[in-house]
Design a binder for this molecule. Structure first.
Ligand code: HSE
Length: 348
């Protein structure tokens, strides 16, 4: 059985969920034809740990927040990211640090160090993909490795891979989606009469919201996802700043209640579409949707993406767009893609 050595960059909710699955469910991976061994972890809170024979995940997962890897063999109190990423014996670097929507850092550097040192990168981080995706894809290709990022858009719901693999032969003219679980949850709670701030606090408690929830409410989280989708699925070359963005911060309970009375629902909709002149136009804005709209029935933190195709018309996929285990699944689907790439190379 093939063994892949992983380096976990960031040891917050998502990478911890992945570590728990590796600890508890080896048979899930064995059925895929590989086993996963974590050989390095680095995190701002814990420091760094490298153990080439494999880290005892049960032990590190039991360490309370506030403790440090310093006392473990191969441990250090300082997160030595550059040195660790370049030199640790990992085949795959799993980047799950926080998203920096302005610079994409430090995740862009993490990805570059990994790819330049011949390691595959899988990530759930939107920043590097939205701000530097083309460069990172080229760097991966130049180094004969993969850069995979399914979780950057709808967490574990594999919309990009699904579009590439299942919609072959169709012309895609637009994508329209509910791409932020927090704002959709908040709008739904406002329909029940809850105020914006209370609804945001609930979403934070449930773990959907970004560290800074203004990214969810103000639309900048969706802006990154729309930029990624426009480039990935419509062949555009746009930056997040090119996406015309309005969030839900000015939607009131009155607006929501009045829409309900008219049989309509407010939704924060991200869209990218090819105009007649071939240009791709991208936007994020609150829209009042009628019940017939494919996105109108999407409730709670669920996300959905509707592809407009020439032969089928709209094809809509819905599923989780946030959550630690759900997002960890995106990493698994990326690791499967890496495995396929490696095995295709071996058998070619
Ligand atoms: N904060 C995001 C959301 C998480 O609420 O959808 C996934 O990007």
């Amino acid at each position: 059985m093939t063994t892949y050595n992983l380096a976990l960059i960031g040891f917050g909710g998502v990478n911890r969920a992945l570590a728990e699955l590796i600890r508890d469910e080896p048979e899930r991976f064995a059925s895929l034809g590989f086993e996963l061994r974590v050989v390095a972890i680095t995190d701002l809170a814990f420091g760094s740990l490298v153990q080439s024979e494999g880290i005892d995940l049960a032990a590190v997962l039991a360490m309370p927040r506030g403790s440090s890897f310093e006392k473990l063999p191969g441990g250090s109190v300082v997160p030595r990211n550059e040195e660790l990423i370049k030199n640790c014996p990992a085949d795959i670097v799993v980047e799950a640090t926080f998203t920096n929507p302005l610079t994409g850092e430090p995740a862009i550097s993490h990805a570059k160090w990994a790819l330049e040192s011949g390691k595959h990168v899988v990530t759930t981080n939107k920043g590097p993909v939205a701000l530097c995706g083309q460069e990172l894809r080229s760097l991966a290709a130049a180094n004969g490795v993969c850069f995979e990022y399914e979780g950057a858009v709808m967490s574990g719901t594999p919309v990009m891979r699904m579009a590439h693999r299942m919609l072959g032969g169709l012309e895609l003219t637009s994508v329209q989606g509910i791409l932020n679980g927090t704002s959709n949850y908040v709008l739904g709670r406002m329909e029940t009469g809850l105020g914006l701030d209370q609804a945001i606090a609930e979403a934070q408690g449930l773990g959907y919201a970004e560290a800074d929830p203004t990214a969810d409410i103000g639309g900048s989280d969706v802006r990154l996802k729309v930029a990624i989708l426009a480039n990935e699925l419509l062949g555009a070359n746009i930056r997040p700043g090119d996406v015309d963005t309005t969030g839900i911060q000015d939607i009131t309970i009155d607006d929501v209640t009045r829409a309900r009375a008219e049989g309509l629902r407010w939704k924060l909709v991200g869209e990218a579409r090819r105009a007649d002149d071939g240009q791709v136009l991208a936007s994020v804005r609150p829209m009042k949707l009628s019940p017939e709209h494919p996105l109108a029935g999407i409730s709670g933190a669920t996300n959905a993406l509707s592809f407009t195709t020439d032969l089928l018309g709209p094809v809509t996929v819905s599923g989780p767009g946030a959550g630690r285990v759900e997002t960890a699944y995106a990493l698994i689907s990326d690791i499967i893609a890496v495995d396929e790439f490696i095995k295709a190379g071996v058998s070619a």
